[in-house]
Design a protein around this ligand. Sequence first.
Ligand SMILES: *[C@@H]1O[C@H](CO)[C@@H](O)[C@H](O)[C@H]1NC(C)=O
Ligand SMILES: *[C@@H]1O[C@H](CO)[C@@H](O)[C@H](O)[C@H]1NC(C)=O
Ligand SMILES: *[C@@H]1O[C@H](CO)[C@@H](O)[C@H](O)[C@H]1NC(C)=O
Ligand SMILES: *[C@@H]1O[C@H](CO)[C@@H](O)[C@H](O)[C@H]1NC(C)=O
Ligand SMILES: *[C@@H]1O[C@H](CO)[C@@H](O)[C@H](O)[C@H]1NC(C)=O
Ligand SMILES: *[C@@H]1O[C@H](CO)[C@@H](O)[C@H](O)[C@H]1NC(C)=O
Ligand SMILES: *[C@@H]1O[C@H](CO)[C@@H](O)[C@H](O)[C@H]1NC(C)=O
Ligand SMILES: *[C@@H]1O[C@H](CO)[C@@H](O)[C@H](O)[C@H]1NC(C)=O
Ligand SMILES: *[C@@H]1O[C@H](CO)[C@@H](O)[C@H](O)[C@H]1NC(C)=O
Ligand SMILES: *[C@@H]1O[C@H](CO)[C@@H](O)[C@H](O)[C@H]1NC(C)=O
Ligand SMILES: *[C@@H]1O[C@H](CO)[C@@H](O)[C@H](O)[C@H]1NC(C)=O
Ligand SMILES: *[C@@H]1O[C@H](CO)[C@@H](O)[C@H](O)[C@H]1NC(C)=O
Length: 782
Amino acid sequence: MLFHQLLFLFVANTIISVSAQSTQALHDLISRRLLPGHAAQFSFSFSKDYKSPTELRNDSYVISTSTSNTIAISGNSLTALTSGLHRYLTDIAHVDIYWFIGSRLHLAPSYLPRPKSPVLGSSIVPWRYHFNTVTFSYTAAFWTWDDWEFELDWLALRGVNLPLAWVGAEKILVQVFQEIGLTDSDIASFLSGPAFQAWNRFGNIQGSWGPGNTTLPMSWIDSQFELQKKILARMVELGMTPVLPAFTGYVPRAILTVLPNATVVNGSQWGGFSPQYSNDTFLEPSDEAFTRLQKSFISKQIAAYGNITRFYTLDQYNENDPHSGDLDYLRNVMYNTWQSLKAADPAAVWLMQGWLFYEKSYFWTDARIKAYLSGVEVDEDMLILDLFSEYQPQWQRTNSYFGKPWIWCQVHDFGGNMGLYGQVMNVTINPIEALHNSSSLVGFGLTPEGQEGNEIMYDLLLDQAWDGSPIDTAAYFRKWVRTRYVGNNSIPENLYSAWDTLRTSVYNNTNLTNAMPKSLIELSPNITGLFGPTSLQRTALHYDPEEVVVAWNFLHDASAVDPRLWDNPSYQYDLVDVTRQVLTNAFIPAYLQFIRCWNSSTGSAEQVNATGAELIYMIDDLDRVLSTNEAFSLSRWLDAARAWANATATAPASPQPLTPSASGTSTSNATSQLADFYEYDARNQITLWGPNGEISDYASKAWGGLMTSYYKPRWCIFVNYLVQHRGPDYNGTELAGLLRKFELGWQTEKDIPRNRNREGESLDKIIEDLVTRLPVVFGKTG
Ligand SMILES: *[C@@H]1O[C@H](CO)[C@@H](O)[C@H](O)[C@H]1NC(C)=O
Ligand SMILES: *[C@@H]1O[C@H](CO)[C@@H](O)[C@H](O)[C@H]1NC(C)=O
Ligand SMILES: *[C@@H]1O[C@H](CO)[C@@H](O)[C@H](O)[C@H]1NC(C)=O
Ligand SMILES: *[C@@H]1O[C@H](CO)[C@@H](O)[C@H](O)[C@H]1NC(C)=O
Ligand SMILES: *[C@@H]1O[C@H](CO)[C@@H](O)[C@H](O)[C@H]1NC(C)=O
Ligand SMILES: *[C@@H]1O[C@H](CO)[C@@H](O)[C@H](O)[C@H]1NC(C)=O
Ligand SMILES: *[C@@H]1O[C@H](CO)[C@@H](O)[C@H](O)[C@H]1NC(C)=O
Ligand SMILES: *[C@@H]1O[C@H](CO)[C@@H](O)[C@H](O)[C@H]1NC(C)=O
Ligand SMILES: *[C@@H]1O[C@H](CO)[C@@H](O)[C@H](O)[C@H]1NC(C)=O
Ligand SMILES: *[C@@H]1O[C@H](CO)[C@@H](O)[C@H](O)[C@H]1NC(C)=O
Ligand SMILES: *[C@@H]1O[C@H](CO)[C@@H](O)[C@H](O)[C@H]1NC(C)=O
Ligand SMILES: *[C@@H]1O[C@H](CO)[C@@H](O)[C@H](O)[C@H]1NC(C)=O
């Protein structure tokens, strides 16, 4: 038995003891995901060049067969060991763990193959980073511990050692605010609802909206805090250094009632939100109270979680305008913020999302960036995420952030949309080029807005962090496919061909203006303006849609070679996903035909109606396909939101809401009221994104149930209106009003649309039916 040894390691003439628990984490991971007999076949040890989590060195591992015939993985850190384990599992045992599909690790042979010769791996950057502040709202808002446990195993195996950790941040913030005398209602009017916390943390928005004026309850904050304790303990156990929140300066409006002399400024308006929900109050870092609150925040956080990190995430101007563009002002904001961090934790490193320099590049001139960053006088006290390196890198123009350490990041997945896309060359060639050209580059990372598919693009960059030359993507995709479809008799060649076709089409986006693959179906219908360089509410393809049809045919034909694929969860997920893209793309010409027919003087009302009906049928078809798979369902998101009302109501800490709900004359009980609030928030984020459609459809989703309950009725309203209003009868204002009325009503609908696949239709039968009815769409003619 290998588990309970205490390891003594010689490092630079000192003996450090690594508790047995540290390699125990590897065995625990294996026990969680593989079969009972698997754990004993591995042995883990630290190599002589052991590296503590605070050292800035690369990680390395060796996989070999030990003299006692175990699969021996030796590494210089915990993250090296988890990475070595992953290398073994994917490259030798051919199993992995995937988003949505779940863990396939238990499909490894019960007697695991022993490496014939040692396999060596070494990272080329010390840090592998994961998460964007907004991922916590777009994808993880309602995650349970089970979801987190899965995600953390995914991250550990893929070598991530620097994850962002925002969950439950409000717990500490509320305590800090209470300490200076702010009332619970002052605080409650500042905090945003559970699906919008990310933008409140950024200082973009404040308060919550929805029926009943419900505010974020303390029970939510408490149970998120409990969840965070588990997350952090597991992160540390798996060798990760969490990046924790800090005090940013954004405060409740009532701040002046308790700090009458405080220097505060009114922040800018964000995302079209009214000043009621935006224009957050910012306590200037030059004010002595700022440092006081920072020290309070960080000391409370250390008391709650332990001294587990020196990294603090802190963004003050993410999509917010600074109060002044004056160079001294900008420098002082940064200097004082930095000083506050150092006063609170002398070891503090300030991590900042570099998005602002791209998003507001008109404001952030080179001179202003230089002045601002110069406020942190010790370069190593900062770590900057070059957030959008795959398309809009800022490190060159900022001369590697004027020497500050930085991380090359792929942002990807705006709004958590689900279109297939990526740029394989740019996440392999460009980070290596950056490494050769910037001495302050210390990591590669993923900063997705949401985590909603295209997983291969994420794997690719994390694996690039262990390869000094750009990965050969053709070979990489092949290897990836072999592992992904484990569990069949064979891996039909068609599967490789399908993915290679995707590699050279959807994953070879060469048009910079089309970096957001919005689905036309998910946009609010309009007779014009839906196409163009993709932005918040427009659609465009950056590839030939025929290529996706080709990929679809390869994928589909593979099941004829090996029918067991129909029972393979990876195949089910991928076929639904690619079918989704085929139908989504086919919607574009169908829409154009409808508008042409409506515009033409020769198109009869019947023809207009018939071409419009095609659109509706297509949405129904898409919903049918999506409804075969839980991963693509609206109910999964809404049920998860509602379930937190129960979890929070029974949380041990404080079950009381910060402020009683306005509609507190309880006709329904508190749990169901809270569940309604959480469900409203969940619905609102993916549709109107704001009380009045401020960022409507930005976070749209291709989910079963959402297609039929939201997108289809919108297109029906549109088609019906157009059938009845042609030429001068068309009134866009009137139509927009009808659409908005429906959209607003949907926010508080009572029924959660369940999986429509009531007749238990199987995916193969649905596909067969679709191909019969829509042969052209699926490339079956000629
Ligand atoms: C919610 O609060 C606003 C003011 O903040 C008030 O105008 C509105 O009537 C309230 N709505 C409900 C349903 O209580
Ligand atoms: C605020 O400033 C005024 C004038 O300088 C001073 O009299 C007062 O004591 C200050 N109040 C607080 C709470 O510091
Ligand atoms: C909100 O911020 C905008 C600038 O973004 C400013 O024009 C507006 O006056 C502010 N509104 C309030 C009420 O402070
Ligand atoms: C946390 O521990 C590190 C040493 O590992 C130390 O340098 C640092 O000062 C500690 N931070 C605090 C706030 O105690
Ligand atoms: C991507 O497209 C460009 C331009 O057509 C081409 O030069 C390149 O080889 C393609 N790369 C891949 C991986 O398909
Ligand atoms: C890929 O990276 C290069 C270099 O940064 C850039 O010029 C190009 O626009 C990127 N490609 C896309 C599609 O954005
Ligand atoms: C990129 O896409 C936009 C929007 O679809 C289009 O207008 C433009 O012509 C494309 N550019 C290239 C070089 O293909
Ligand atoms: C349009 O088509 C639908 C069904 O396809 C039909 O029920 C409806 O009567 C038609 N309306 C007109 C105005 O032709
Ligand atoms: C809360 O739990 C009860 C009992 O388990 C269940 O009936 C109810 O549906 C749950 N409510 C929510 C919103 O999940
Ligand atoms: C509260 O309401 C929920 C949902 O309507 C219901 O499932 C639950 O049983 C109710 N709880 C109590 C204690 O009445
Ligand atoms: C268009 O509809 C709006 C809203 O229904 C109405 O106020 C307006 O008068 C209409 N315009 C015309 C030209 O009929
Ligand atoms: C269509 O888009 C235009 C321009 O963005 C907008 O003014 C109009 O209200 C929209 N029409 C509908 C029906 O939403």
